[in-house]
Design a protein around this ligand. Structure first.
Ligand SMILES: Cc1cc2nc3c(=O)[nH]c(=O)nc-3n(C[C@H](O)[C@H](O)[C@H](O)COP(=O)(O)O)c2cc1C
Length: 379
């Protein structure tokens, strides 16, 4: 058993609570990051943007690169397969956008991405991975901005990459490595393998951040105790539950808090979320974005099907207020939901989509992988 860390150090950056909001495409925009940050200290990472999109001034990428006015630590996840683009993108993030932390995505399991050698497929090419990390770290160094990487165990159980990735990250000056304890082939199915996180902790000297299946604050403490991880990365567990960050911050500072909001309190949180989305994107788009969160907020509560359906079609804050008024404010939190999975789970992939001949060599230096400008599917 290891002592519970109280804070997290990533190079020059000190995070008050060793808790990181997992980058989630379509979710962790400026509004959601602010909503979560209002709950407790941590590091709140953006949605993934592509290095090529950034370098070429792609419009979708620019729109995603927005920060809340209260976001003092700007943290961005970058996707890329080309060391030159990555280096330039990191430079742009640091020089023009005041970014204080860059995370690199080497975990995305989406076939469209892995088929081109990106995301979770890339660490198979150890040489190329080293080139990308070296380029990112060199570009960030003049700004004293830490670069971290996020990855999975490997392509599948027969093609594990995480231990080599950890060593390469350490050798190239990466500040920390986050490991999602699943393979690309598993996608989001099954259970995250925390033993792999422990194995990585034993293998490297840089901080390891553990990721996968943290549903409650107690899970986070259990993960660090079991693995020796320097901190945790929390994704699906906070969908429709931003207050999880309050519980996590308390847990890492020795308090056992399990927030159990009534439906009235959840309603207030929903309103706040929609309002922040509207501030950042305009009311119409903000309300549309909010729709996907409705079922997560209401999971386990008794709200009727018709009301849920209408909430999932909401198009203005006024309509939202009308509909939210129909919820029973006194309904207690459905405690049977605690500790249960939420968000995507799905089933394992029959095979991992890879570029032709990808497995033939493990180096890949000098490979010219074509990078999409506007890949936004994430991880
Ligand atoms: C909707 C969604 C979008 C995601 N997008 C990204 C992404 O853009 N970049 C990334 O590294 N991981 C992404 N992930 C993976 C999460 O960051 C995290 O690694 C994964 O969900 C496992 O953690 P969890 O069990 O806490 O959810 C995404 C996950 C979900 C559910």
């Amino acid at each position: 058993m290891t002592a519970v860390p109280a804070s997290l150090t990533l190079g020059s950056l000190r995070v008050e609570t060793p808790v990181v909001l997992a980058p989630m495409a379509g979710i962790t925009n400026a509004a959601y990051r602010r909503l979560c940050a209002e709950q407790g200290a941590g590091l709140y990472v953006s949605e993934m943007i592509t290095s090529r999109g950034l370098v070429e001034g792609d419009e979708t990428t620019q729109k995603m690169l927005v920060f809340d006015e209260l976001e003092t630590v700007r943290s961005v996840q970058l996707y890329g397969t080309d060391p030159v683009y990555i280096g330039k993108a990191v430079e742009i993030l640091c020089a023009d956008h005041g970014v204080a932390h860059v995370d690199l995505n080497f975990g995305c399991p989406v076939p469209k991405v892995t088929r081109k050698g990106g995301g979770g497929a890339l660490p198979w090419k150890r040489g190329l991975l080293g080139e990308i990390l070296t380029s990112a770290v060199a570009a960030a160094a003049p700004y004293d901005v830490p670069v971290t990487m996020k990855t999975r165990k490997g392509l599948d159980d027969d093609h594990l990459t995480y231990l080599d990735a950890g060593r390469i990250a350490q050798e190239t000056g990466v500040a920390a490595i986050a490991l999602h304890g699943r393979t690309v082939q598993q996608a989001y199915s099954g259970e995250a393998d925390w033993d792999a996180i422990a194995a990585l902790v034993a293998h490297v000297d840089i901080p390891v951040l553990g990721n996968g299946d943290i549903w409650e604050a107690a899970d986070a403490l259990r993960m660090v105790a079991q693995t020796g991880a320097a901190g945790v990365v929390v994704g699906r567990g906070c969908l429709g539950r931003p207050w999880l960050f309050r519980d996590l911050a308390a847990a890492f500072h020795g308090d056992d808090v399990a927030t159990l909001p009534t439906l009235g309190e959840v309603r207030t949180m929903m309103r706040r979320h929609a309002e922040l989305l509207s501030e950042h994107m305009g009311e119409e788009r903000g309300c549309k974005e909010f729709r996907k969160h409705v079922s997560w907020y209401l999971k386990g509560f008794g709200a009727g099907g018709d009301l849920r359906h209408r909430l999932a079609l909401v198009d203005s804050l006024a309509t939202l207020d009308d509909l939210l008024a129909g919820l029973d404010a006194d309904e207690p939190f459905p405690v049977r939901e605690l500790g249960t999975p939420r968000g995507r789970q799905g089933s394992p992939r029959s095979r991992v989509a890879l570029p032709e001949g990808w497995l033939d060599d493990t180096d890949g230096r000098g490979a010219h992988l074509r990078e999409d400008t506007s890949e936004t599917t994430g991880g």
